[in-house]
Design a protein around this ligand. Structure first.
Ligand code: ADP
Length: 409
């Protein structure tokens, strides 16, 4: 910890979980992080992780409030409560209302609650987390860092679907994008890593985790992205289909007499890498299986790479020029194989791969993996959404008149 620590508590509330991290604004590695899980169920527990290792405790009460109390009790035990200067909350959807991170007020909470129809699994949980945290920590600023905010700079030609405009006007049907905090973070890091002009550059960022999306980022602003109104569109994901002909959806529903809920489950939970491979949603497992001759695993990885390559090509046209493609997320940061398979399919764009550099860029390593001197470049940059949330939170808290908070190093 730094000499005069400024600690930010980062919270990510899910419907049955609460992820947290305590960041010292002087370091990118959290001092303490963890997860409370099975909230609202039997066997609720909380895991704390720090340099010394992991500790798991049962939670007496299976609620978000009890989980936050356990986190605060741990901060007190470590004598860190006085150094806690602000709380950053991760929010999945801010609809069209929020274009950047924002200090939390009762009005902001109400507006985010009103966006719940756009993220029914996530926003109600985030709002619950905010209410509990504001009640427990009323004297320090709380900030909402909203995933969709980064994508609000898209032009209407990029975010509108070609369906009756009335659906946009009355039901907010449009592309919102996802993983905005991650895309924003790696795009910012890429400018530093690659020595780009912050005011004049073009990137395609590919966030490949269980959920996956790619974005076109021009001069630090999102100009296009693959994820749509819901987290279903675009790239192949662990269990989500990504792009599919809407006509095929109707056909499957009619032929199988599926209800909307059953179709929802098919597309969100039984498709993607899992559906194609008929084996697993886990990329690492599929790579091992493909090596052992499992054809489904090989097919799943091929479709994943093809779809990504196709979208990289598509996203490029939204940019003035392409300086680099950036890989991040569990797959993007670790799977040299998926990166190689993808880059193999975009040679027509002049993208290259240095096999040795590609093999080295795993487990948290950041660097260039294209052939030295070749352009556009290709890079791997591990994402750090908690750090991005802590930075925004610290910056906004700092803007409050009379605030004595430290700046992020
Ligand atoms: P989430 O979206 O849930 O945060 P992650 O970003 O952690 O997910 O990504 C999870 C994915 O990353 C899984 O498919 C996992 O198999 C993959 N992954 C992690 N490590 C490796 C690896 N060494 N090789 C290939 N895939 C990996």
């Amino acid at each position: 910890m730094s000499a005069n620590p400024c600690l930010i508590l980062v919270l990510n509330s899910g419907s049955s979980s609460l992820k947290f991290a305590v960041q010292d604004t002087a370091s990118r590695t959290p001092l303490l992080s963890g997860l409370a899980e099975r909230l609202g169920e039997e066997g609720a527990k909380i895991t704390f992780k720090d340099d010394a290792g992991k500790q798991v405790h049962p939670l007496a009460e299976a609620s978000h409030a009890a989980a936050l109390d356990a986190v605060l009790a741990e901060l007190k035990r470590r004598d860190w409560l006085d150094a806690l200067t602000a709380v950053g909350h991760r929010v999945v959807s801010g609809g069209e209302k929020f274009t950047e991170s924002v200090l939390i007020t009762p009005e902001v909470i109400a507006d985010l609650e009103a966006c719940s129809s756009l993220a029914p699994l996530h926003n109600p949980a985030a709002v619950l987390g905010m209410r509990v945290a504001v009640q427990r920590l009323p004297n320090i600023p709380h900030v909402a860092v909203i995933d969709t905010a980064f994508h609000q700079t898209m032009k209407r030609e990029a975010y509108l679907y070609a369906v009756p405009m009335a659906l946009y006007r009355t039901q907010s049907v449009r592309r919102y994008g996802a993983h905005g905090t991650s895309h924003r973070y790696v795009a910012r890091e890429a400018v530093t890593l690659l020595g780009l002009d912050p005011a004049d550059h073009g990137l395609v960022t590919a966030h490949l985790g269980n959920g996956a999306s790619a974005s076109a980022v021009q001069d630090g602003h999102c100009v296009d992205t693959t994820m749509g109104m819901t987290p279903l569109e675009g790239l192949v994901m662990g269990t989500r289909s990504g792009d599919i002909d809407a006509g095929a959806v109707l056909h499957i529903m009619r032929a199988g007499r599926l209800s909307p809920d059953e179709m929802d489950t098919l597309l969100n939970k039984q498709s993607g890498l899992l559906g194609l491979s008929e084996l697993s949603n886990d990329c690492r497992e599929l790579e091992a299986a493909a090596d052992n001759g499992h054809e489904g695993a090989a097919i799943a990885l091929e479709v994943f790479a093809h779809r990504l390559a196709r979208h990289i090509g598509g996203l490029m046209v939204s940019l003035r020029r392409l300086d680099a493609v950036v890989f991040t997320g569990g797959i993007g940061e670790n799977s040299s194989r998926v990166r190689e398979m993808t880059l193999d399919r975009v040679r027509v764009l002049g993208l290259t791969l240095d096999p040795q550099a590609n093999a080295r860029m795993i487990r948290g390593a950041a660097g260039v993996i294209s052939v030295p001197g070749a352009t556009p470049r290709v890079a791997v940059i591990p994402t750090n959404e908690e750090w991005m949330i802590a930075c925004d939170t610290n910056e906004l808290a700092h803007r409050i008149p009379g605030s004595a908070m430290g700046k992020v190093a």
